[in-house]
Design a protein around this ligand. Structure first.
Ligand code: S3P
Length: 429
């Protein structure tokens, strides 16, 4: 953990950035490539710490994975041929690795033990383990499986018809991945649609997945065949520079290769609602995940209300949206976002406490926050709580403060965006 002093002297931002690979899609490319038989090639892979944790876990299961820059090759003889790991599978800070692997390992034929860092040790796992146990999974863990470390004895599973109590792509994906190895047709019902990368990518690997009005189903016993995966840029990473471009004076930045999957693009809708000068030009490639070039300029912003079914489409962007709202005229209300409390840290408390230190007019609510703007922000010493998105929120705030912002742990940004500080350097004038 190392402290970083950020003193940018209120730059304008100009130029073009190629947004690094999507974290959710990168994880899945390695996981599905490991389940599949044959070779999977991935381009645009995110070399963030979370995705490297996923690679590390699958290597411990005997899967051959080569990393060459942002190209990754996975050679697997299929899930039936994985080795029983002699070491604990370490998932680091990654909720996606931990939860999706539970679904995968539950229906394998091997025994494994999984643990992660201090943040993972506090994140609820019963939301995944409860439905998996209903399918017959044998998983034990601390507090009856609520927390890591977790032990999984792979076994035969039965299909399930499951109505999701929370909007969570991690839970949905874990159930679908277990469903691949189960007897019968697994059905997951969502009242609010969460990100659909699993459904899209399973099809790329040759799996038949039906999606109809929030109901996702797949037949057990289907196998995956190695394929090529093009990872789009991560809209959750782009979000930091979209907000930076809108709030810094005399700015205009262009972000290339931004994934605009409709289950992820809530940030663009919010920027438009708030009056931002944003243009989205979709790329004309025919990939499983659509991308666009997005340009943003310094903007006059209005407060807005964000709640309901848009929340899963921007859940990871709420910290940076809160910063955006401090620069908008009037009130912004963020509601229906209790899920923030169980992210890498309690993001309602972290966002409100840290933005207050910078001078923001912001109050926490039970399910979100209320922000009054615009308020000029000033420098302060901030805590990241080891949470990459809180760290990046603080760093973007420092672009509009006259004096320095200090982050207690700036290295945590490498979880999802290792080149983040270089990208600030590349566009600041
Ligand atoms: C993710 C799903 C989201 C998101 C996380 C990545 C995924 O979590 O917050 O960063 O890759 O499936 P939930 O599905 O738990 O909301």
């Amino acid at each position: 953990m190392s402290e970083k002093v950020l003193q940018y002297n209120q730059p304008s931002l100009q130029g073009t950035l190629a947004i690094p690979g999507d974290k959710s899609v990168s994880h899945r490319s390695v996981m599905f490539g490991a389940i599949a038989t044959g070779r999977t090639t991935v381009e645009g892979f995110l070399l963030g710490e979370d995705c490297l944790s996923t690679i590390d876990c699958f290597r411990k299961l005997g899967v051959a994975i080569e990393v060459n820059g942002t190209n990754v090759t996975i050679d697997s003889a299929g899930i039936e041929n994985w080795q029983e790991p002699t070491e604990v599978l370490y998932t680091g800070n990654s909720g996606t690795t931990t939860r999706l692997m539970l679904g995968i390992l539950a229906g394998s034929s091997i025994h494994s033990v999984m643990t992660g860092d201090a943040s993972i040790g506090k994140r609820p796992m019963r939301r995944v383990i409860d439905p998996l146990r209903q399918m017959g999974a044998q998983i034990t863990g601390r507090a009856n499986g609520q927390y890591t470390p977790l032990a999984i004895q792979g076994t035969t599973l039965q299909a399930i018809d499951y109505t999701m109590p929370v909007a969570s792509a991690q839970v949905k994906s874990a159930i679908l991945l277990a469903g691949l190895r189960a007897e019968g047709t697994t059905i997951v019902r969502e009242s609010e649609v969460s990100r659909d990368h699993t459904e899209r990518m399973l099809r790329q690997f040759g799996v038949q997945v039906e999606v109809d009005n929030g109901v996702v189903s797949l037949q057990g016993g289907q196998t995956l065949t190695g394929t090529h995966v093009a990872v789009p840029g991560d809209i959750s990473s782009a979000a930091f520079f979209l907000v930076a471009g809108a709030i810094c004076a005399n700015s205009r930045i262009t972000l290339e290769n931004v994934g605009i999957n409709p289950t992820r693009d809530g940030i663009i809708e919010v920027l438009q609602q708030m009056g931002a000068a944003i243009t989205v030009t979709p790329s004309d490639n025919e990939q499983a995940e659509p991308t666009a070039t997005v340009t943003i300029e310094t903007s006059t912003l209005q407060g807005t209300t964000i709640g309901g079914d848009i929340i899963p489409r921007l859940i990871d962007e709420i910290p940076i949206i809160a910063l955006l709202a401090t620069q908008a005229q009037g009130q912004t209300i963020i509601k229906d976002a209790e899920e923030l409390k169980v992210k890498e840290t309690d993001r309602i408390t972290a966002v409100v406490d840290e933005l207050k230190k910078l001078g923001a007019n912001i109050e926490a609510t039970e399910d979100g926050m209320v922000i009054e703007g615009p308020t000029p922000l000033h420098g302060a010493a901030l805590r990241t709580y080891g949470d990459h998105r809180i760290g990046m929120m603080g760093a973007i705030a420092s672009l509009i403060t006259a004096d320095a912002v200090t982050l207690d742990d700036a290295e945590c940004v490498a979880v999802s965006y290792p080149s983040f500080f270089e990208h600030i350097e590349a566009v600041k004038k």
